[in-house]
Write a protein that binds this ligand. Structure first.
Ligand SMILES: [Zn+2]
Length: 652
């Protein structure tokens, strides 16, 4: 059986390679010939874009992202939003980047260069040139295809944000004119922002790269050919269908290693290509193991990895700003020459960036407008994979007795974030980069972890698998995710997602009061049956009865301290060991529970299964009735409770 499955795997693999663009709608395909000129840090390129109007609307204006112009001067939208940029960078006048489109026209037809204008749809900043538009002499109708010829030169910046050079290391991303996305008759082509990533249509890429012969090159897709040229350069051709971007890297100091990765169930056959800088070879085995685990985890949890290659790029020392970034079939990791084994940064970055290959790369939602669908879902996947392979509660740090798990570190980011922004809004409209990160990555991830604990792991696994299977290569929105979650769980979840995705508040329920007092024997004046007070003031003639056992009135108050509403389960424990379970819809600001029993209440506890990871304060989730002891003991008990609470924050 095993052999049969393996044979099938190889068969599918070959078949996939032969079906040009079979997995996605091939809307924007590029064929580029590029030459790296190290002396000027420039890429000179010519190419064609074949674009299909996949909408119902005819268009005669085509907008393009010119991402590299974000690095052109200190007045661009990217630079202004970034604020107080590294002084070292601004000081170097040769460190700016830019892209110049020299020629753009219809293949065999009109020159469009004269129609080029810059657009600033998001902020009107006249110094921003990251979106350019050309006007066609005639509209492209629904289903029609147009081929444009483009010549451009890209001057790389000294790397400080994902792309650029450092010494002889080159990471080349966002480097060619990239057409916007036409959706429902309107173009989506936002400016390049400091805290926003990308959105593009799928297509087939063929890119010919010419670099000095001594450079080791990595790029999106399969290497179709490689030849040496007489001028001391070499030319490599890479091809890849079903992707929406193309990135590459070159450095003479990479040590390349290749490894075949094969999985029987589900069938996966791909080539792992590791480009590790020679200064970081100590991390190579860690990268390789993490990448194998990532391939296995994502293939088994969501669906088989569909591409023939995956390339891990380890940036050169000094180029860490290029690290931790994803591109189709290629990602950049990050390490140091001295990384201790118990600090799992290379592992986490490898798993995280590989994971983007699924959510950014294959599912491909709009990162400008709904970044959580990539970063949040991917951070959730990262937590799942890290805790599976590196241990719950110690997956991030496990060194000298200090243990920190990935889910706890995501939770800490949520706790530390202010109530400024919701998870779902335009990426550039957050109050700060920290708020963008805390919401889009951490809060969205903790939202999904909460959902998983609440609905159950099986239901959550079905949600994720169905979402991936249904929406891969199709650019889903938040509503599409919610619909799948509701279908698979059989529940209305709109109220849950509405709060977490759209409201900047938080979840915090507390046991705000726990008290107990002895119920007095009835005292005072009570009317007798004849309407006259009893002579001794005792009620209803109980004289002669045996002494009644002492009774206690115990009270528990639960309070909702945040705006978000979530049903609560309360467990009240009494001195004789009896436990009472209470359910509350959690809607009011508070709810009191009263018990009159012959025993005292001991404790009251919320969130019994530790499901609500979104609850920002777990120290107030339970209370114990303080025993009547000396003050020293009280203080030590409180300290202990506080320490336990604190520990529960960092090791769940
Ligand atoms: Zn990410």
């Amino acid at each position: 059986m095993k052999k049969l499955v393996l044979g099938l795997a190889v068969g599918i693999f070959v078949l996939n390679a032969g079906l040009y663009g079979a997995l996605s709608r091939e809307v924007a395909s590029y064929d580029i010939k590029a030459r790296l000129i190290p002396a000027t840090r420039t890429i000179e390129a010519t190419g064609t874009l074949t674009w299909t109007n996949d909408s119902e609307t005819a268009v005669s204006e085509l907008p393009f992202h010119l991402y590299m112009n974000a690095f052109k001067n200190n007045r661009t939208t990217f630079m202004k939003e970034r604020g107080g940029l590294h002084r070292g960078f601004e000081a170097g006048k040769d460190d700016w980047g830019r892209i110049d489109v020299g020629r753009i026209g219809i293949a065999g037809g009109a020159d469009l260069a004269g129609t080029m204008v810059f657009l600033r749809p998001d902020d009107g900043n006249p110094d921003d040139q990251t979106v350019m538009q050309v006007t066609l002499p005639a509209a492209v109708g629904p289903g029609e295809r147009i081929v444009l010829e483009i010549a451009f030169a890209t001057r790389l910046p000294k790397v400080f944000a994902r792309t650029g050079y450092s010494g002889e290391f080159y990471m080349v991303g966002q480097w060619f004119p990239k057409i916007g996305v036409l959706r429902n008759g309107a173009w989506k082509c936002h400016q390049y922002h400091a805290h926003s990533e990308y959105f593009a249509d799928f297509g087939a890429y063929k890119v010919e790269l010419t670099v000095p012969d001594e450079y080791v090159v990595g790029a999106t897709g399969r290497r179709e050919s490689e030849r040496k040229n007489a001028d001391g350069t070499k030319t490599l051709v890479h091809v890849q269908e079903d992707v929406h971007d193309f990135a590459w890297t070159a450095c003479p100091d990479f040590v390349e290693s290749r490894e075949r990765f094969v999985l029987d169930d589900p069938p996966v056959a791909t080539e792992m290509i590791l480009l590790v800088h020679k200064a970081h070879l100590g991390s190579r085995d860690r990268y390789a193991l993490a990448l194998r685990r990532a391939l296995e985890f994502f293939s088994r949890s969501y669906g088989p990895y569909p591409y023939a290659t995956v390339t891990l790029v380890d940036p050169a020392p000094g180029a860490a700003a290029a690290g931790g970034m994803e591109y189709p079939t290629l990602f950049t990791a990050g390490t140091t020459s001295w990384m201790p084994a118990g600090v799992r940064l290379p592992e986490m970055v490898t798993i995280h960036e590989f994971g983007h290959g699924y959510w950014y790369g294959i599912v491909a939602s709009d990162e400008f407008e709904e970044a959580w669908l990539d970063e949040g879902i991917n951070s959730y996947s990262e937590v799942k994979a890290m805790e599976k392979y590196y241990g719950e509660g110690r997956s991030m740090v496990d060194i000298a007795g200090v243990k920190i798990g990935d889910s706890a570190s995501q939770r800490l980011r949520v706790i530390g974030s202010g109530r400024f922004d919701p998870v779902l809004k335009d990426s550039w409209s957050y109050i700060s980069g920290a708020s963008y990160g805390a919401n889009v990555y951490a809060k969205a991830a903790v939202m999904l972890l909460t959902l998983e604990r609440w609905l159950g792991e099986d239901v959550m696994a079905r949600i994720m698998r169905t979402y991936y299977e249904r929406w891969k290569f199709r650019h889903p929105t938040s509503e599409d995710f919610i619909r799948v979650a509701e279908e698979e769980s059989g529940r209305d979840l709109g109220w849950f997602f509405d709060q977490v995705l759209r409201s900047p508040d938080r979840l915090d329920y507390a046991v705000s009061e726990l008290s107990c007092r002895e119920v007095n024997e009835p005292g005072g004046l009570f009317d007798t049956q004849k309407g006259k007070p009893a002579a001794d003031g005792r009620a209803r003639g109980r004289a002669g009865e045996a002494a009644k056992p002492t009774s206690y009135r115990s009270e528990v108050v639960i309070a909702r301290k945040g705006e978000w509403i979530f049903p609560q389960e309360l467990l009240v424990t009494f001195a004789d060991g009896r436990k009472v379970r209470e359910d509350w819809d959690g809607k009011d600001r508070w709810k009191r529970f009263v018990y009159e029993l012959p025993v005292k209440v001991v404790s009251a506890e919320l969130d019994l299964g530790r499901k609500l990871l979104l609850d920002v304060n777990r120290l107030n989730d339970s209370r114990t009735l303080e025993p009547e002891r000396g003050p020293v003991r009280k203080v030590s008990l409180r300290l202990l409770a506080w320490l336990q609470g604190l520990l529960s924050l960092i090791s769940l």
